[in-house]
Design a protein around this ligand. Structure first.
Ligand code: FAD
Length: 598
């Protein structure tokens, strides 16, 4: 096996013990455990300050655990069937799942909440076990660090563990890794990183850990591996499959490349919002309150049961769970009664009125959508017939969720197919070593997280974050145990930490009655506000520093300051879908006001 090049020690620009590429959940964990083993670590991310965190930051923040090893192994075997997964990988993961509660307490400093213990009857908890028909399922549960979801709470703890180890972990942000450097025998000796416009050669005495996430934003790879023309990402925009190309060039064997998860409405659809870079999590499938609503594919016909609770994009197909067959331009079609119902219970993040295409008749709608003549009319006629008969003979949609289409006008909304995360990448063993084409570990190369994740077939929700914690720890501990390469100097701590410098505020001038407040509870780093506060009245709020997501968090930062000033109160309603940012803003403004009283 030949690497990209052989590099002499003095050709490196800098030397660390361990280099971790990718600062999401897996990378934060691997870096932390390598540092705890006494190593000097460089943790690198392609995203700039405030946007680090990968998919982990956007996730629902739930991580699995299992009460019983044997039961979980049974369940995991069923999830994997008919594919296979090496026993050592399964054993490492399943063992990790049984330890996760203790892990949260010991390593994250929180007593976790287990969904099935704290909210056994909640509809969300009902989804905690994704395949209840599989033996062993009952042992599965999901842990979270508090009651909220989709608020980066677990991510912020993982990030803080890195900050706490600033004496042993340097962090380079906005610094994409470009290629692995190998000795002639294939041993990984370092990595080339693009930093400040220059290629920097970094030596890694003990090895490199690849935790660069998947290829959710690489449409070429999506076409090649997933066979779809275009999927809309729901998380980080920086996961571009770089880890896959780098590992491939280093001789790694790939696995699980065709596996990915989808989410949101039904089998993983979201509204096509013009100009949007990402889709968002929101739930809907047809229920007893719904009626005249169907989804059609490219030819104007229905293609699945709109009431089916999909399992991360998988729907039931002849005895197996498979990704739903996707259409390029699916439309949700509904009548006026359903539109009124949707308006009464608005979807998070979007205004349906901005997105609907409206027509007085089905035929006119069909024409507006450019569908083959007669297909939509026929699809609705057939659906109406099933609704009246109380039996959907095509897709088995339950009768109580069907009502014949009523009076117009009629509506269509263009949808996109979402991608939550990919699972494929370099294969690893139970020690988190990356495996080469010869089925042997590539010396000094480790991997964790969704880059080469272990999902060989069906995915049990909350498994990816569990994997970040479990394999991140294994990778961090094992990379630290490798025999170090001998360079003239040992791993150096350069004290270059873009996290710490990003947290620092430049000089901010404060006028009379102006106070600074800050909060770390948003989605992206520190949120800082300048508040003008006179006679117990909030006069003005200026956002001084923020790194919230531009499509969701920023909306809250634009709306809420005005509302707080108008109501002279920080406790205004959180912006829908942006609760973490809203709460961070409230906390920062409260912090500023508290200073006026000092
Ligand atoms: C909306 C959403 C909700 C989810 N909810 C859950 C959930 O509740 N539970 C669960 O278990 N899973 C969930 N998942 C899946 C889970 O979040 C991910 O699989 C997991 O976070 C992946 O972690 P990771 O550390 O492997 O990768 P990531 O967290 O994606 O981190 C990868 C990092 O690598 C960086 N990177 C990429 N290329 C380079 C490069 N060239 N150089 C340097 N850095 C690079 C990226 O910038 C990124 O920061 C969800 C996913 C999404 C999108």
């Amino acid at each position: 096996m030949k690497g990209d090049s052989v590099i002499l020690a003095d050709q490196f620009d800098t030397i660390y013990d361990v280099v971790v590429l990718g600062f999401g959940g897996a990378g934060a964990t691997a870096a932390r455990f390598a540092a705890d083993a006494g190593k000097q670590v460089l943790l690198v991310d392609a995203a700039p300050y405030g946007e680090e965190g990968g998919n982990t930051r956007y996730a629902g923040q739930a991580a699995n655990f299992a009460r019983d090893y044997d039961q979980m192994m049974t369940y995991y075997n069923w999830l994997t069937y008919p594919m296979t997964l090496p026993e050592d990988v399964k054993a490492a993961y399943v063992h990790g799942l049984t330890q996760n509660k203790a892990y949260f307490e010991k390593y994250l400093g929180v007593k976790p909440m287990a969904s099935r213990e704290i909210a056994p009857n909640s509809p969300l908890t009902a989804r905690v076990v994704e395949y209840p028909e599989f033996p062993g399922h009952d042992t599965n549960d999901a842990l979270s660090v508090h009651k909220g979801h989709f608020d980066a709470a677990l991510w912020k703890i993982l990030r803080q563990k890195v900050v706490d180890r600033a004496d042993r972990i340097d962090v380079w942000l906005d610094s994409p890794a470009k290629k692995l450097l190998q000795a002639a025998d294939g041993t990984v000796v370092g990595v080339t990183i693009l930093r400040n416009g220059e290629l920097v050669q970094v030596a890694a005495r003990h090895g490199v850990v690849l935790t660069m996430g998947g290829f959710e934003n690489n449409q070429d790879m999506i076409q090649t591996y997933l066979g779809e023309a275009n999927l809309s990402p729901m998380g980080s925009l920086y996961n571009r499959g770089d880890g896959i190309s780098m590992a491939e060039r280093a001789g790694a064997k790939m696995w699980h490349m065709t596996n990915y998860e989808s989410y949101s409405l039904m089998h993983g659809l979201y509204f096509a919002v013009p100009g949007a870079k990402r889709s968002h999590e929101t739930y809907w499938e047809a229920g007893p309150e719904d009626g005249g609503v169907i989804v059609i594919g490219d030819d104007g016909t229905r293609y699945f049961n709109e009431a089916e609770v999909a399992r991360h994009g998988h729907i039931y197909s002849h005895g197996s769970w498979r990704h739903a067959p996707l259409s390029v331009k699916p439309y949700m079609i509904f009548d006026q009664a359903q539109y009124t119902h949707f308006q009464a219970k608005p979807f998070k993040y979007i205004q349906l009125a901005d997105l609907v295409i409206k027509a007085d008749s089905i035929a006119a709608l069909e024409q507006k959508l450019g569908l083959p003549q007669g297909n939509l009319t026929a699809a609705i006629d057939t659906y109406d017939r099933y609704a009246k008969a109380g039996k959907d003979e095509q897709f088995g949609r339950p009768a109580e969720t069907m009502r014949p289409f009523g009076a117009g006008p009629y509506y269509a909304v263009l949808m996109v197919n979402t991608i939550l995360n990919t699972q494929g990448g370099p294969a690893r063993n139970g020690k988190a070593e990356i495996i080469g084409q010869d089925n042997q570990p590539i010396p000094h190369l480790f991997g964790a997280g969704e880059l080469g994740g272990i999902t060989a077939n069906l995915y049990q929700g909350a498994g990816n974050l569990a994997e970040c914690l479990i394999f991140g720890k294994i990778a961090g501990e094992n990379v630290a145990k490798t025999a170090p390469l001998s360079y003239p100097t040992s791993g150096q701590h350069q004290k270059i930490n873009d996290l710490l410098s990003g947290d620092q505020l430049g000089e901010i001038k404060l006028g009379p009655n102006e106070y600074l407040g800050q909060s770390n509870s948003g989605m992206g780093g520190k949120l800082v506000v300048k508040v003008t506060y006179i006679d117990h009245t909030i006069k003005h709020i200026e956002i001084v520093q923020q790194h919230e997501s531009e499509d969701v968090g920023l909306v809250a930062l634009q709306q809420l300051p005005e509302e707080m000033v108008a109501q002279n109160n920080t406790e205004v309603d959180a912006t829908t879908g942006a609760s973490a940012t809203s709460h961070a803003l409230q906390a920062a403004v409260r912090d500023a006001i508290s200073k006026s009283q000092q």
